[in-house]
Write a protein that binds this ligand. Structure first.
Ligand code: TXA
Ligand code: MG
Length: 319
């Protein structure tokens, strides 16, 4: 393939958009994690994207759009509370699920009648989507740019490590530096009377309540499962343990004020919850690079983003 594009002129994004339109795959940065993009209207391209990821065909993929007006191209029956969420948090780390229109093919919804939509907040993603829209592209289908079940990539190098060997010559990886948030978007089911969080993220339940005026059912992490997804996900090769202790030579991840067990390998020491989210996935990759057998992680306390981090740690530790 043509390698990582690091100089991101508008010209380069225009070319990447044209590439997508003609069936190429383009990995691109968003504020959450990197996505592997394909034209959401092109079944052949989307199928190739699934192959590159080794992802099962019944697992739906998020459609990224350029502007709010385009929601109704893909989705219908938009409730009032979703309009508030869109107004307050798009572009941003939030994916909304709606009833699909006929434009959303089975090959992006995994055969379900529901479609997932997001407008990402990252200048390169927004410009790529705008260029794509100019040439008639209505949406970019993009799952996280990792092999199925692996840790989501939060920089272009990680994308390359995950996918380069499976990409074709015309495919591209756009380098936009490290992702600002570092964990995937909040997924909210908007097909029911009230919003339901299916995957926690940086748009928290407090933020959803503030925007919609609707009090959500209490968060129960064990109830939060995106349909079609297995329990285990986001896993490195090393075994992930939720523990304050670690054997000598094993990896260790915790907030800065927690001491490293004797002779364990400290991977990160985030000082805030935001930093924890930003660094978690690259720390799990680092664990594999250092070939440790296990990583002990002390999950952060609290709700909001801390809960989203605990969700990812729990999934990484399940097997
Ligand atoms: O932050 C993110 O959401 C990133 C960036 C690239 O946008 N994308 C991402 O995509 O994490 P992915 O495919 O790795 O995870 C999306 C999750 C999947 O677990 C999928 O099951 C769920 O969203 N999803 C997507 N469309 C859906 C639908 N129509 N119905 C139910 N779940 C859906
Ligand atoms: Mg993923």
């Amino acid at each position: 393939m043509s390698g990582i594009i690091s100089v991101c002129s508008i010209n380069a994004l225009e070319q990447a958009a044209a590439n997508l339109r003609s069936g190429g795959l383009v990995a691109f940065p968003t504020e959450t994690v990197y996505g592997l993009g394909a034209d959401a209207s092109n079944e052949v391209a989307v199928k190739r994207m699934y192959n590159v990821k080794n992802r099962p065909a019944n697992h739906p993929v998020i459609v990224h759009i350029a502007r709010i007006d385009d929601v109704t191209y893909w989705a219908e029956e938009i409730p009032d509370y979703a309009i508030s969420l869109i107004r307050d948090y798009w572009p941003g780390p939030m994916t909304l699920l709606f009833q699909r229109t006929k434009n959303a093919g089975d090959f992006i919804t995994g055969g379900q009648d529901v479609v997932g939509i997001r407008i990402p907040a990252h200048p390169l993603a927004e410009n790529l989507l705008a260029e794509f829209r100019k040439i008639g592209g209505m949406g970019i289908a993009a799952p996280s740019a990792n092999r199925y079940g692996a840790v989501s990539p939060t920089d272009a190098n990680a994308v390359s490590q995950e996918l380069l060997e499976f990409l074709a010559a015309k495919d591209q990886i756009i380098d936009g530096g490290p992702c600002a948030i570092g964990i995937e978007s909040t997924i909210i089911d908007c097909t029911k009377e009230n919003p339901i969080i299916l995957r926690p993220g940086a748009i928290t339940s407090e933020m959803i309540e503030a925007s919609t005026g609707i009090v959500l059912a209490p968060d129960k992490l064990e109830n939060i499962r995106v349909p079609g997804s297995t329990k285990q996900h986001y896993s490195p090769k090393a075994k992930v343990l939720v523990s304050k202790s670690a054997n000598p030579g094993e990896g260790f991840i915790a907030l800065d004020d927690i001491e490293t067990p004797t002779n364990a390998i400290r991977l990160i020491s985030p000082r805030t919850i935001e930093e924890y989210a930003r660094q978690l996935y690259s720390a799990l990759r680092q664990a594999d690079e250092r070939q440790v057998d296990s990583v002990s992680i002390v999950p952060p306390n609290g709700d909001g983003l801390a809960m989203a981090i605990r969700d990812r740690i729990t999934r990484a530790s399940e097997n």
